[in-house]
Design a protein around this ligand. Structure first.
Ligand code: SF4
Length: 313
């Protein structure tokens, strides 16, 4: 009797993007340069493991800058901040290190530029997400949030001939296309952003999971529940043909019942996930008979960003 051939298809690229790598390094270097504690406003990146590792090394995570003692060092997270947060840090004499991803800053700059030109800005994104709050803070009186294709019906603008759309960096590419199409039905003169706002890392990880999903009985996505790009990978995997897809923070959250009758498992991780968590899941899969691992590379990725200005001196 021949044994069933169980295998893992490992998506590439996966895991850390250049913006997350830079933000985590910023906290580590700040700890080395200034000593503990270093305060971090919000989760530096949306991953519980990364946050707890940095806590062990002396980082203190706070929700708002008014929780940081005057004169202390504070790092702003990769998701970006509204200008009011920067002003408040200055008022409190904080040593501020801005780890906002340059690709989020790009969207902030677009928002400022279109607001200065008196455009209504339709920002496609998820209500309450930190990045959306930060971008909206650049021009609150000009920005209207559109949360998915359904949000296109209600949005009101001053002049339908002077409207532009921008987006959160970590959305589903396919769903954003649908939202833009719904918006263009309402506002035929809607202007596109000068370049893609959904970042290279989000796009590449979605392309990579799409490449493996049709061959997978189940796809496991490693990432935290508050990580927008990780949650999107689960949706993309299902839409692309995986019979099931699950989000886990680490190997401990895997349920062996997911693998009953399965021959091919897909595996990927969100942009804020360190590779050691993938290694943990691969170890558990191997113990369950899925020791044959094939990495499937959809796109080559070579992006890196300079450290925040405050740490380059
Ligand atoms: S997911 Fe994209 S926007 Fe977010 S930190 Fe990574 S590269 Fe920057």
């Amino acid at each position: 009797m021949s044994e069933t051939h169980r295998r893992v298809l490992l998506a590439k690229p996966r895991g850390y993007c250049a913006g997350v790598d830079r933000a985590v390094q910023a906290v580590e270097i700040a700890l080395g340069k200034f000593g503990a504690p270093v305060y971090v406003r919000k989760q530096i990146v949306h991953n519980t493991h990364v946050v707890s590792e940095l806590e062990k090394r002396g980082a203190i995570f706070v929700e708002e800058t008014d929780e940081v003692p005057e004169g202390s060092v504070v790092v702003f997270s990769a998701h970006g901040i509204a200008p009011q947060v920067r002003d408040e840090a200055r008022r409190r004499n904080l040593v501020a290190i801005d780890a906002t991803c340059p690709l989020v800053t790009k969207v902030h700059n677009e928002a400022k530029r279109f607001a200065a030109g008196d455009y209504d800005i339709l920002l496609i994104g998820h209500e309450g997400h930190e990045e959306v709050i930060g971008t909206t803070g650049e021009a609150p009186e000009f920005i209207h949030l559109v949360d998915g294709p359904g949000g296109a019906d209600d949005v009101q603008v001053r002049d339908p001939a002077k409207v532009v759309w921008l987006s959160q960096t970590t959305l589903s590419v396919d769903e954003t296309v649908q939202t833009v199409s719904a918006l263009k039905t309402r506002f035929p003169q809607l202007i596109d952003p000068p370049s893609d706002d959904i970042c290279y890392a989000t796009q590449n990880r979605q392309a990579a999971v799409k490449a493996i999903a049709p061959d997978c009985d189940v796809v496991i996505v490693v990432g935290s529940r508050n990580s927008s790009n990780s949650v999107r990978l689960v949706e993309v995997a299902k839409d692309a043909g995986a019979r099931a897809a699950y989000l886990v923070d680490d190997a401990g959250e895997m349920d062996e019942r997911w693998l009953a009758g399965v021959t091919t498992v897909g595996l990927t991780s969100g942009a804020s996930v360190p590779e050691e968590l993938i290694a943990g899941v691969l170890g558990k899969l191997a113990a369950l008979g899925f020791g044959d691992v094939e990495e499937v590379e959809a796109i080559k990725e070579r992006m890196s960003f300079q450290l925040p200005r405050e740490l380059r001196k």
